[in-house]
Design a protein around this ligand. Structure first.
Ligand code: TMP
Length: 235
């Protein structure tokens, strides 16, 4: 049963339930970019992101990646395990784009020789600065064993998602994920996997099918989300 709201984020609301170890996440159509500076609405996004995250999390559980997913309750609502979020944004890249291209002066679309992993401190006030392993340990944000698991799960996720999406004619350029700790101390994948948090390009045309259409004012934002959903779910 849904109880009071615990937290409202930029794209989701989180509610308490009558179970101490479970929360309900509700996906909104609100979209933000550049640390909340740009605001808008992507109509129907919440429904697509809820369904897509749940679809991939259930697949990933079977691949040996533990997740917070418990049960999809409705179009926009999902019951998840209550976790304490590890305050890191974990980013894996297969192709140079976005901040990687900017930071290293590499043309967007350049294939990387191996997938890269990077961490950002999840702190809006600081603008989510990049942070490395030794800094993560020094600040006690995660232990060595925990960060090892986080990296292992994230690369596994990349391998799985990359090949699944390619079958749908989509290239997985990069993505961001977050992890949490359950009350028992288990590291599980949390947050979402969606066009908000991944870069998806059409495999043939390299057309952008993700939130970059919103970030960069490219138009056709809803169409892109619907197209990805159609290819993944065969709608
Ligand atoms: P970046 O190139 O801007 O660093 O983004 C890398 C990936 O992370 C991209 O797939 C978009 C995703 N991302 C988020 O999910 N949230 C964010 O706040 C940012 C900056 C990026």
């Amino acid at each position: 049963m849904k109880k009071e709201q615990l937290y409202e984020g930029k794209a989701k609301r989180v509610f308490l339930t009558d179970e101490a170890e479970a929360l309900i996440v509700s996906y909104k159509d609100d979209a933000t970019a550049f640390n909340g500076l740009k605001k808008g609405t992507i109509t129907g996004k919440g429904v697509i992101n809820n369904r897509m995250s749940n679809f991939f999390m259930q697949k990933l559980e079977k691949e040996g990646v533990p997740t917070h997913f418990i049960e999809e309750l409705s179009e926009r609502e999902t019951k998840v395990k209550r976790v304490k979020i590890v305050p890191l944004e974990v980013i894996v890249r297969n192709i140079a784009a976005g901040s990687f291209s900017k930071r290293f002066g590499v043309e967007e679309g350049t294939e990387l020789k191996n997938p890269t992993i990077e961490y950002c401190l999840k702190d809006d006030a600081l603008g989510d600065p990049m942070i490395n392993d030794s800094q993560i340990f020094a600040l006690g944000l995660a232990g060595r064993e925990e960060l090892g698991l986080i990296a292992e799960y994230t690369f596994k996720l990349n391998d799985y998602l990359k090949s699944f999406l390619l079958e749908c004619g989509i290239v997985l350029v990069d993505f961001k994920v977050e992890f949490g700790r359950t009350s028992a101390g288990q590291i599980v994948l949390a947050d979402e996997i969606s066009p908000d948090t991944c870069r998806f390009w059409d495999a043939k045309t390299r057309e952008k099918l993700d939130k970059d259409r919103f970030r960069r004012d490219l138009g056709g934002v809803e169409d892109a989300y619907n197209e990805v959903a159609r290819r993944i779910f065969g709608l």
